[in-house]
Design a protein around this ligand. Sequence first.
Ligand code: FAD
Ligand code: SIN
Length: 530
Amino acid sequence: MRKSDFLVIGSGIAGLSFALKVASKGRVILVTKKQDTESNTNYAQGGIAVVLGGEDSFEQHISDTLQTGAGLSRRSAVELMVREGPNRINELVALGVEFSYKYSDGKRVLALGREGGHTRSRIVHRADHTGSEVEKSLIKRCQEHPNIEIEEHSAAVDLLIDPKERPGRCRGATILTPSRELEMIFAPVTFLATGGSGEVYLHTTNPPIATGDGIAIAWRAGARVANLEFMQFHPTAFYQSGLGGGTSFLISEAVRGFGGVLRRRDGTAFMSQYHSMLDLAPRDTVARAIDKEMKASGDDYVYLDVTARPPDEVRERFPSIYKRCLQNGIDITTGWIPVVPAAHYMCGGVVTDLHGRTSIPGLYAAGEVACSGVHGANRLASNSLLEAVVFSHRAAEIAMNKQIKFSDFSKFEDRLPQNVTHASEEELVLISHDRFQIRKLMWDYVGIVRSTLRLERARRRVELIREEIEDLASRSRLTEGVIELRNIALVASLIIRMALHRKESRGLHFTTDYPEMLEKARDTVMRKRV
Ligand code: FAD
Ligand code: SIN
């Protein structure tokens, strides 16, 4: 058992930027379940949406975000994010993040890209690997800070909720340490920054760490969770043959912002049939269009064609995508890229207010795990890194100005599970089998186009697997595999419940049984009774 002033769970942009801010006020323990760089942040390509003047305006970015959010975004959250954006980007630059620049009228200015749903070019980026540049700089700063301790290969299992208080206050979390022991870390402030849930689906752009842990952890503790039916499918992941699933390499939307065109196998461009913004329509529209085209043609993918642009410019703007496609036998300056949609971003999450406070006192959240209200029913491209950095800052401002004090933690002493039995070899094999089953079920039945019949079928099957996993987790020693599977199953089950609850089609949630959008937009908010 240990104590800290702040406990941060996750080492992506949200966790690292929060840690850097609060470290001026106290000691920070930051736990992360793999090596420190492993996060969705590290793989971000397109960049960070921000208004930097010129032809752009705050009003225009706010309007584009609300338009994409399909009536469900919270205006106050969107306004804050957009207006505070430039300051946060300047801070990232001051921390050492090197974005791409260009010369305009002899002046060196940040280069701005264009992505779907944006009516202006406003994406600051570092070529096509913005995320690794941000991640690298933030980790370096955290490692240098004397008040921050980064603990790798340490997975948060559950929150420590004070049973003596009403409502129960979060006092820290139980952690599975690198030596596979359970340890309690107590802190008056716990910051949840565990990122996304793409791994709940068979095909995803997310790395395998994205198992929805934070949502599951917060749910079990009784936090309010919302809008999980809005899983965003990115339209253009590199097609990989076979049924195995896994992480699909992303072909950034910035490629379409650069002039890339989606084509059928016979070469016809098809987006004019779906949206006036053509290939730069919002993501839900483009993903559904590709889904429809694939179903109509029976093809396994469509093509993305950027060959009309000068090869040197393509190579300079997209060095990682160029290299990765070349490794797969495609020179994108002369050939078309086979692309398919893949699960990419969870728009819903743990409900927070405008300062990252969840419904559980002492527990804060920001980044992809949180539902701040910005994204509504569909996220505008490159708004998530911005949202993460803005709301982590706001949470830090509040959290570090609270008086830091410890209460009596002795009542938690006996609360660690006393399970000592190891799962059998056979059970361990079944764990990976169950993980695959759930991800495939979600892909087949809870994907881009849904129906009540499919959702009900998925619900029954996922619940069955979930009961078995809960049983295993309650009687055997926890391993990372069991923890992740339990969380994937819970998040899958919550996505299905929320999707069944929404009797309309809005943004990313499209169901053939309720194809229209209701007049009044409502969040789907649920919590576990504890
Ligand atoms: P993450 O960066 O995912 O970090 C989560 C951290 O929590 C990780 O360190 C993880 O290991 C850790 N963790 C998880 N569970 C536990 C646990 N139980 N215990 C301890 N640690 C845990 N957004 C944009 O705005 N612009 C883009 O260009 C862009 N491109 C993208 C490209 C790809 C391929 C992907 C996958 C996403 C992209 N996104 C983009 C989305 C964006 O990257 C993410 O939404 C954002 O990085 C999330 O940041 P985060 O800090 O919330 O979570
Ligand atoms: C991309 O580069 O297409 C990803 C941008 C995002 O997810 O915001």
